[in-house]
Design a protein around this ligand. Structure first.
Ligand code: 9WN
Length: 478
């Protein structure tokens, strides 16, 4: 299994970064890079550092780390929505031309981002409504310009960087941490300020894609209020449905709304000022915010290595934990729920992102007990064989095939196992580890898995499944 996982990571390596999947996702994705680094730490730490550097070279001057950094060598046809959609460079708003990546503008000038990070971009910083409609162009001046999307994903990179460092804490790794630290701080700062739309200390996501759990039922209500850009979708061709079955992916209706939200943000120059007044989708996600907290704790450790003060990071982690505990926990369901900032309502669906606050060590003991109960209940239960599904098994609309509406995902389960260990629930953590390893042993390194049969779904050679398998194999129970 070890060799199979390492081979997938090698096959998905492009020379500067790892793609999530050659067939489905041929660019670099943000939170994928964080998880991938955790696995590369065991087989090729130099690639792990290069991967993280690649991503952070595309950081915007305002600190945001884009959810996709596009590979200029890949055509527009190979992924939708590609660079010309995000930069607004598709001719007349129509379908992107194959050369969109080459024609998209960007002045490539270096700008100094918050926290002392230097990011090379086209100046689409916070508060600037740019003429070209956004989409950062990045690069260190040596290689080709890499365009990016303008939205983010959960900040799991400090956790990844810390894992790579602690597996081989030599001078080269310390140097990498010195380079990354101000950039990771800038990323956190961006989320803590520009994205605190609700004003309570939690970051709001502006698009379901930012959660990483794209079509989770957690967004259904907020999404229903968004107009569907049916006409826009019609002008483009979805690529994902040509690669895997459309029953395993978000629906066209979902996509029409995804496009509508992305266009709204793009056409406002990816500005975050006044989001509350104009943006159609603003949600506080418990998973996203729990991972912000975990990132602060990893930053505290990194700060000690690079000679910075760890205390503010620990304080921020504590503050995020308290906000989550007060604002997103529902005692009637015993778990956390996403809050729609536009309506002030908490979504009632029981989704797996509502269990992720378990990664926070300072979560109140009563909430920890409650999450563990839900996790081990019939709704999410870790049976002898199956890890935790992405949605409540008992819900009427539980769908074992459709992406984040039922199937089992490896990265989430890896995080839940870490959370269980944080709170000393080792027996359950060990069961989860065994179930995950059984799954890949029987089915392969798939993107996601049927929560009943364990059959693999989506991309068959998926990087984070391979990476996190390596980590689980290297980390047996005590
Ligand atoms: C949109 C790359 C990404 C993951 C997400 C997953 C899926 C993209 C898509 O693939 O999202 O970002 O096209 O469906 O939902 O978590 O990062 O692996």
């Amino acid at each position: 299994m070890w060799r199979g996982a390492a081979a997938i990571l090698a096959a998905n390596w492009t020379g500067s970064h790892t793609v999530p999947s050659r067939t489905l996702y041929p660019h670099q994705w943000s939170w994928d890079a964080g998880f991938i680094s955790v696995g590369l730490a065991h087989v090729a730490p130099e690639r792990a550092w290069r991967d993280l550097r690649s991503l952070f070279e595309a950081q915007w001057p305002d600190g945001r780390v884009p959810h996709i950094v596009f590979d200029p060598g890949v055509t527009e046809r190979d992924y939708f929505p590609g660079p010309s959609f995000w930069t607004g460079n598709a001719p007349n708003g129509g379908p992107p031309s194959p050369n969109g990546a080459d024609t998209a503008s960007g002045n490539g000038g270096a700008a100094t981002g918050p926290g002392g990070a230097t990011a090379n971009g086209n100046g689409n910083g916070a508060g600037t409504a740019s003429g070209n409609g956004g989409g950062a162009a990045s690069g260190n001046g040596a290689g080709p310009v890499r365009l990016s999307s303008g939205i983010v994903q959960p900040p799991v990179h400090a956790v990844g960087a810390w894992e790579v460092y602690r597996r081989r804490p030599d001078e080269a790794a310390t140097e990498e941490l010195r380079w990354l630290y101000p950039r990771l701080v800038a990323q956190q700062e961006y989320l803590a300020t520009a994205r605190d739309v609700g004003g309570a200390g939690l970051a709001a996501i502006v698009h379901p894609w930012e959660s990483g759990l794209d079509n989770s039922p957690a967004w259904d209500e907020a999404l229903a209020a968004v107009p569907a850009a049916v006409e826009v979708l019609r002008r483009y061709a979805r690529r994902d449905n040509q690669v895997v079955s459309s029953n395993h992916r978000p629906t066209d209706d979902d996509y029409a709304r995804y496009l509508s939200i992305a266009l709204s943000y793009r056409d406002a120059g990816y500005r975050d000022a006044d989001l509350a007044d104009r943006h159609p989708f603003l949600v506080e996600c418990p998973g996203f915010n729990a991972l912000r907290g975990a990132a602060e704790l990893a930053l505290a450790r990194i700060a000690e290595v690079v000679g910075a003060d760890p205390a503010p990071h620990r304080e921020r982690a504590g503050a995020i934990t308290r906000c989550l505990a007060e604002r997103l926990f529902d005692p009637t369901t015993g778990m956390f729920h996403a809050l729609d900032v536009r309506t002030g309502r908490r979504n009632q669906a029981r989704c797996v992102n509502g269990l992720l606050p378990l990664v926070l060590p300072e979560l109140p003991a009563g909430q920890v007990d409650s999450l563990v109960d839900v996790l081990d209940s019939a709704r999410f239960g870790v049976t002898a064989r199956m890890p935790v599904p992405s949605y409540d098994r008992c819900a009427a609309d539980f769908d074992p095939y459709r992406y984040w509406r039922g199937p089992v995902w490896f990265n989430i389960n890896w995080l839940l196992r870490a959370g269980l260990r944080t709170h000393g629930r080792d027996e359950l953590a060990d069961r989860l580890r065994s179930a995950l390893l059984d799954l890949v042993r029987d089915s392969g390194f798939y993107e996601y898995f049927h929560p009943g049969s364990g059959a693999g779904i989506g991309s068959p050679a998926f990087s984070w499944t391979a990476a996190l398998t390596l980590d689980l194999l290297a980390d047996p129970p005590d």
